[in-house]
Design a protein around this ligand. Structure first.
Ligand code: BTN
Length: 351
C-alpha cells in the first residue's frame, strides 16, 4: 500500500524550512522569505501538511513542525540528499505497509537510475532477517529501511558467496551505529545521565546493554540485465525506535530494546532515518583499498578477545575471537588451537 501523493511542489521550500529548523519555531516572516509564499498561502500550505499527517504547532509569532507525516517523508529526504550531494536517498519510496522493503528494493533493481534508491515502510508484513529468520515490528514503531546499490559488489560467479557481502554487512553496521549516535546526540541523549554505547555484535546486530537495538540484512544478487555489469546489493536495516518491552515478539526472549527505552528520549523516526542515510552515504560504497573504517568497527565490537560459541549449519565452534577480516569473516581460535574464519553468510552466534 503506497502512501498518498506528497503536497504540491510549491509548498516544498516551506516544508523544508520547517524541517531544517529541527523542531524549533520559525517566524512567519522567515517562512515567507524561505518559501516565497504570502502569509495566507503559508496558512493554506500548513493546513495541507496537517492533512498529510504532519503534527504542527502554530503560535501568533510562528510555526513549529513537530513531526512530518509519512506522505512528506520522501520529499524531505530527497531534499536532504540534494543538499548533501548524496548518492543514497536521491530517490525515496515510502509505503504505509508492504511485504519487505528489501523485496521492494529488489523489484526496482533493474530500473535505470535506481542506484541509491531508499525504500521505507511504516509496517512490513513479511520482514526478514538473516539466515531465513523473520523480522517483526509493530506498525509505526521502527525504522524499516532498504538501500539499493546497483554496482556495490564486484563480480562473483555466485553472488551469494561473494566476500563483498561480509564486508558490506560490517560497513553497514558501523554506518548505522554512527548514524544512530548522531541522531541520539541531536535529540539530547545523556541529558539525564551518561548514555550506554551502541555495540556491534558480529555480524549484523547493534546492541545496547546486550539487547538488540537494530539488525542489518545485506543481500547480493546478479541482475539480468545488470545496469552496471556488477552484482547489485540491497542493504536492509531495521531499527527499534519507540517500542516498550512488551512490544517485542516473544521469540526475542526479552532481548529487544528500542532507542526510547535505551535513552528515555522519544526520537522522531524521520530524524533517525535522515541521520542513518547521511552516515551510509559517508561510508558506502567502501573503497576496496581502504579499511580505515575497520578500526572504528573493532572499537565497537564487544566480542574481540571473548570466548564464544558459533553455529555454522550443523556444526558448532567454540573458541576465542581474535579479530575480524572484512572479506573472510570473524577469526576464531578454537579450544584445540585451530583457527577458523567464520563468514557472515553462514554463521551465527549461539547465545
Ligand atoms: C537481522 O537482524 O537478522 C536483520 C534484520 C533486518 C530487518 C530489516 S527491516 C528492513 C529490511 N526489510 C526486511 O525485510 N529486512 C530488513
Amino acid at each position: 500500500m503506497s502512501v498518498p501523493p506528497p503536497p504540491a511542489s510549491d509548498y516544498l521550500p516551506l516544508l523544508d524550512a520547517l524541517w531544517q529548523a529541527a523542531g524549533n519555531e520559525v517566524a512567519l516572516e522567515e517562512l515567507q522569505r524561505a518559501s516565497g509564499l504570502a502569509a495566507t498561502q503559508i496558512h493554506q500550505a500548513i493546513d495541507e501538511f496537517v492533512a498529510q499527517g504532519c503534527l504542527i504547532e502554530r503560535s501568533p509569532g510562528g510555526v513549529r513542525l513537530v513531526t512530518a507525516g509519512l506522505a512528506c517523508w520522501s520529499d524531505l529526504l530527497e531534499s536532504a540528499a540534494l543538499r548533501g550531494g548524496w548518492r543514497i536517498g536521491r530517490r525515496v519510496k515510502v509505503f504505509s505497509e508492504t511485504t519487505s522493503t528489501n523485496d521492494v528494493a529488489w523489484q526496482a533493481a533493474t530500473e535505470r537510475d535506481a542506484d541509491g534508491l531508499v525504500v521505507l515502510a511504516n509496517h512490513q508484513i513479511a520482514g526478514r532477517g538473516r539466515l531465513g529468520r523473520a523480522w517483526r515490528a509493530p506498525a509505526g514503531q521502527a525504522v524499516l529501511l532498504s538501500v539499493l546499490l546497483q554496482d556495490a559488489a564486484s563480480d562473483a560467479a555466485e553472488p551469494a558467496a561473494s566476500p563483498a557481502l561480509d564486508r558490506l554487512t560490517l560497513v553497514c553496521g558501523l554506518a548505522v551505529a554512527l548514524g544512530l549516535e548522531a541522531a541520539i546526540a541531536q535529540a539530547g541523549w545523556g541529558r539525564g545521565g551518561s548514555p550506554e554505547r551502541i555495540e556491534i555484535k558480529w555480524p549484523n546486530d547493534l546492541l545496547v546493554g546486550g539487547r538488540k537495538l537494530a539488525g542489518i540484512l545485506v543481500e547480493v544478487r546478479r541482475l539480468a540485465p545488470s545496469p552496471h555489469g556488477k552484482n547489485a546489493v540491497v542493504a536492509g536495516v531495521g531499527i527499534n525506535v519507540t517500542q516498550s518491552p512488551g512490544d517485542f515478539p516473544p521469540e526475542l526472549g526479552g532481548r529487544g530494546i528500542s532507542l526510547y527505552e535505551a535513552s528515555g528520549v522519544m526520537l522522531d523516526r524521520l530524524r533517525v532515518i535522515e541521520a542513518v542515510i547521511g552516515s551510509l552515504n559517508r561510508l558506502l560504497p567502501v573503497n576496496d583499498a581502504s579499511d580505515a573504517w575497520l578500526e572504528l568497527w573493532r572499537q565497537r565490537c564487544g566480542m574481540l578477545g571473548r570466548h564464544m560459541t558459533f553455529r555454522s549449519g550443523a556444526h558448532t565452534i567454540s573458541g576465542r575471537v581474535l579479530d575480524v577480516d572484512p572479506l573472510q569473516g570473524l577469526l576464531v581460535r578454537d579450544d584445540r588451537g585451530g583457527t577458523h574464519f567464520l563468514s557472515a553468510r553462514t554463521c551465527s552466534v549461539v547465545p
